[in-house]
Design a protein around this ligand. Sequence first.
Ligand SMILES: [Cu+2]
Length: 178
Amino acid sequence: MTRILPLLALLGPFAASGALAQEPPAAAKPAETFQAPVKNAKGDTIGTIAIRDGANSLVLRVAIQPGGLPPGWHGMHFHAVGDCSDPKFLNSKAHVNHDQSKHGLLNPDGPDEGDLPNLYVVQDGSANAEVTSETPLTGEGGLKDGDGSALIIHANEDDHTTQPIGGAGDRVACAVIK
Ligand SMILES: [Cu+2]
């Protein structure tokens, strides 16, 4: 602490001059948070997603309420269209994948832009997780493009290798990102 105090004293005159105030460091700007409900096949809300978009990485937080999903591991991906209106969530189309990459975080020819780690649902049917992705929320190749995107949660675990979706099975929950 004794070392920091003289440094602050040095910064004082610069801050007061206004030279620093005109160019605040980018890191000081809080990331914008996008939030959306997660719906099951019946259209019931079972949780929420929150996305913060940083300069080099997106941070996705998923919260599923008790009773929301069957316990165990579930594949989770960003799908290409922000449409959760049909009960099988097929309107959300395939994964976000602008460069025809193969699916799978463990695939040598992957991952595609929609790939995410699995979500673990505990015994009471709830889940809380925070994961990252290099796919941005906004801008070029972002999730919030013309037709939006969807976060899809699958019935089974994604093995992160097998085509096209790692054996993750049916789509059981969906959140519109638009
Ligand atoms: Cu998927």
